[in-house]
Design a protein around this ligand. Structure first.
Ligand SMILES: Nc1ncnc2c1ncn2[C@@H]1O[C@H](COP(=O)(O)OP(=O)(O)OP(=O)(O)O)[C@@H](O)[C@H]1O
Ligand SMILES: [Mg+2]
Length: 329
């Protein structure tokens, strides 16, 4: 079942075209990841879906309701964690959450019951009496998330929910999101943390400059890009340029890259890590240096992002498998 349908969505802010006609669908019970560099249009997309922003053109249907025609009806059925905090700083956490609950037409008993569950799940029981404005950044974020869940919504939109959270809180939130999905909730998650989006999402929408670059399962990004493994070599002495050149010459494979990560650390992108290490050992020793340690690392999601986005930023369209979307014009 489709929880969200976005059809040819355009949003202009004066001369800036934040979204250039994107279309996609989100299914019930999936985590839908929104990924993209600063200014890609993630927040604009989330705000348009949630009814907080009127698109310039296009159509959005959420839970069967036309968002543009009936934004309030949609707002009451969904939960949103906005990019920036939106609570009353002078009010306590409990009062802020109560105001949200009233917006969702919950009575006091319903509020108390949900507050008990949510405050336990998000670890905010001990701060319910504290003014929101007095909280640390991470706790403010937890309260924002609590506010989005207070009315037990079917669809939850989270715009960078883990920014400001410590590792434990971020981890707990990921667990909570998985739990919500397991009971049939639908989640839209925008984040700068590529690993987080890739790990949690069933499908990922990669946005760049208001254009849809990629929409598929995270694993397919890897397949399309044929990402290489990384060999990290730790050397006894500083690396000189001639060694890098020699390595480049000797490790002769398609798209293999030799990089200097630190003055004593070389990174080689390769399909054959063991062979590469053997060969590099020889070259390094000929260069009067020595390998003291080596790591073989799988391609990271960071690499996925770099491989897609960096060529576009540098306008090296031929290097980017997605330049055909027209974004690199
Ligand atoms: N209220 C606004 N007025 C004018 N331009 C805006 C406004 N909001 C967003 N924009 C522009 O729209 C584009 C998309 O912005 P948006 O905030 O959706 O990106 P984002 O992907 O969420 O970025 P970030 O990762 O920095 O949060 C940007 O060029 C931004 O400058
Ligand atoms: Mg944003």
């Amino acid at each position: 079942m489709k929880t969200v349908i976005v059809d040819n969505l355009v949003k202009k802010y004066g001369k800036v075209i934040a979204l250039k006609g994107i279309s996609f669908e989100i299914y019930r019970g999936e985590v839908f990841g929104l990924l993209g560099p600063n200014g890609a249009g993630k927040t604009t997309t989330i705000r348009a879906i949630s009814g907080a922003l009127k698109p310039t053109s296009g159509k959005i249907v959420v839970l069967g309701i036309d968002v543009i025609k009936e934004p309030l009806r949609v707002k009451k059925r969904i939960g949103v964690v906005p990019e920036l905090p939106s609570m009353y700083p002078e009010l306590s956490v409990r009062d802020n959450l109560y105001i949200m609950a009233r917006f969702y037409d919950m009575n006091s008993d319903e509020f108390r019951e949900r507050l008990g569950i949510i405050s336990e799940q998000l670890g905010i029981k001990h701060i319910l009496g504290i003014k929101y404005g007095h909280l640390s950044k991470g706790y403010k974020r937890r309260v924002d998330i609590a506010a989005s869940l207070i009315h037990d919504p079917e669809l939850i939109l989270l715009d960078e929910p883990t920014s400001g959270l410590d590792v434990f809180a971020a981890n707990n939130l990921r667990k909570l999101l998985r739990k919500l999905v397991s009971i049939g909730k639908t989640i839209v998650l925008s984040s700068h943390y590529i690993d987080e989006v890739m790990e949690l999402s069933n499908r990922v929408l990669l946005l760049y400059n208001g254009v849809k670059l990629f929409l598929d399962k995270p694993i397919n990004l890897r397949k399309i890009l044929k990402l290489k493994k990384k060999v990290k070599l730790y050397l006894a002495k500083s690396v000189d340029r001639s060694l890098l050149k020699m390595l480049e010459k000797n490790i002769d494979c398609e798209d293999c890259k030799v990089e200097l990560e630190d003055e004593r650390v070389i990174v080689i992108h390769t399909d054959e890590p063991l062979e590469t290490i053997t060969l590099a050992k020889q070259v390094v020793e000929e260069n009067n240096n020595r390998i003291t340690d080596a790591d073989i690392l799988p391609p990271s999601w960071e690499d996925v992002f770099i491989k897609y986005i960096e060529p576009l930023e540098k306008r090296e369209c031929g290097q980017c498998p997605l330049a055909s979307t027209g974004v690199c014009g």
